[in-house]
Design a protein around this ligand. Structure first.
Ligand code: ADP
Ligand code: GN1
Ligand code: MG
Length: 379
């Protein structure tokens, strides 16, 4: 079972390797687990400086069971953030706050490997920022959409061929479906019995899994450089202005479909319930949030989406939600080895919310389609 550890071996070795104390002449006053990510181990480091102010850093132990090649992953992040920084600077923006910045180790590397083989990295903490688990209103969600659309636009001329595929077939839904089917076959029998209804729900929808990949293969949807993990807690908001500030969690920036980014944001942010809500009556698709995100995303992409991409936005939302549901369910069936869990049946609860949302999207399909058409007329 993957659980969050309050501290972990190698952390002190890693802290020493980045040499922050010497660089800022500061004293480490706190190292605590931080954030709600499901994959990496994240820590907040707080340093006190001689003038009694404070400097913070995010230290992460990369999950190298999931990301098989952390050095290549970090090469992606360095190259992508360099690209973003030069665009932000050319626009007169603040590159310290509008993009992640990779802190180098004392010997000039973008990561550190400790004596136990674990990989660590550090990002300066983006000050005066907020991370939201739930949009406080349509305005926040709209802003996040403009930012995710803008992120994709900034990466439109990034040399995609230089990006390493950090997780092969990450959003290849048919391949995820095959993984799911294997998980069902190899599942713990007790767990499979608990999830009988959910397994049937997922198997019933096999036909639809290849809609987007088929369009890609036929050349009807363009491959772009996308973020691929666009949930709301992967964007920081400016605490002063309330505006979307910085897109984080760049581990999965890879060639992909715009529909993956659109869809994953809707899956997480346009739900009326949390991703792990137990009371399914609280989980549905909020159409006003769906509309706000659609408007913002089209605006952020600034005319770069093709008519086919726009037409497939509802399908992007549905397939990304379904795909995440089968990933949670497969992990539940095979013993919770991928996503961090914090309670019994946590991954099953997560799968249930995703499938409830898929069913609600199916019920609201005509309205989703009409809202997308309406937003297109407005731009
Ligand atoms: P995971 O891959 O596990 O989701 P993230 O990279 O998303 O890890 O980081 C986890 C959390 O840490 C984020 O949701 C955010 O709250 C916080 N975080 C990450 N990087 C920064 C940063 N540079 N400044 C401020 N907060 C950050
Ligand atoms: C994971 O790393 P985090 O928590 O932002 C996962 C996403 C899932 C998401 C579900 C590398 O994202 O694909 O959509 O959980 N990231 C990876 O909340 O698998
Ligand atoms: Mg994250």
């Amino acid at each position: 079972m993957s659980t969050v550890k309050p501290s972990c071996t190698g952390i002190d070795e890693a802290i020493a390797a980045f040499g922050i104390e010497t660089a800022i002449n500061g004293r480490l006053i706190q190292k605590n687990p931080y954030g709600n990510g499901h994959i990496n181990d994240t820590f907040l480091l707080r340093y006190e400086t001689p003038d009694n102010s404070e400097k913070k850093y995010i230290l992460q132990r990369m999950n190298h069971d999931i990301f098989k090649n952390p050095p290549l992953l970090m090469e992606n992040i360095v190259n992508v953030t360099n690209h973003l920084r030069s665009i932000i600077c050319s626009r007169g923006g603040d590159a310290e706050r509008e993009t992640l910045n990779v802190l180098k180790t004392k010997d000039g590397k973008s990561f550190f490997q400790d004596s136990g083989g674990n990989y660590w990295r550090v990002f300066p903490f983006i000050e005066r920022s907020l991370c939201l688990e739930k949009a406080e209103g349509a305005k926040d969600f709209y802003d996040s959409a403009v930012a995710f659309g803008g992120f994709q636009k900034m990466l439109a001329d990034f040399p995609a061929e230089t990006l390493h595929e950090t997780i092969p077939n990450f959003h290849n839904t048919p391949s995820r479906f095959q993984d799911f089917r294997r998980a069902v076959e190899n599942s713990d029998k007790g767990r499979a019995a608990l999830a009988e209804k959910e397994i049937a729900f997922a198997l019933d929808r096999e036909q639809e899994t290849s809609v987007l990949t088929d369009l890609l293969t036929r050349g009807e949807l363009p491959l772009r450089v996308t973020h691929n993990d666009t949930k709301l807690n992967n964007i920081l908001f400016d605490a002063d202005t309330g505006k979307a500030l910085c897109i984080i969690d760049l581990d999965t920036v890879m060639p992909g479909l715009s529909l993956y980014d659109f869809g994953d944001s809707i899956r997480f942010g346009a739900s009326t319930g949390a991703e792990d809500e137990i009371d399914l009556d609280k989980v549905s698709l909020d159409l006003s949030l769906f509309e706000a995100f659609t408007k913002g995303y089209l605006e952020g992409c600034d005319g770069s989406l093709t008519a086919k991409e726009i037409g497939m936005l509802p399908m992007g939302a549905k397939l990304m939600t379904y795909e995440c549901g089968i990933r949670f369910l497969a992990d539940f069936l095979t013993g919770d080895t991928y996503f961090k869990v914090h309670r019994e049946n946590h991954n099953l609860d997560r799968a249930r919310t995703q499938f409830k949302l898929v069913a609600d999207m199916e019920a609201k399909w005509d309205r989703m389609t009409a809202l997308v058409e309406n937003c297109t007329i407005l731009i």
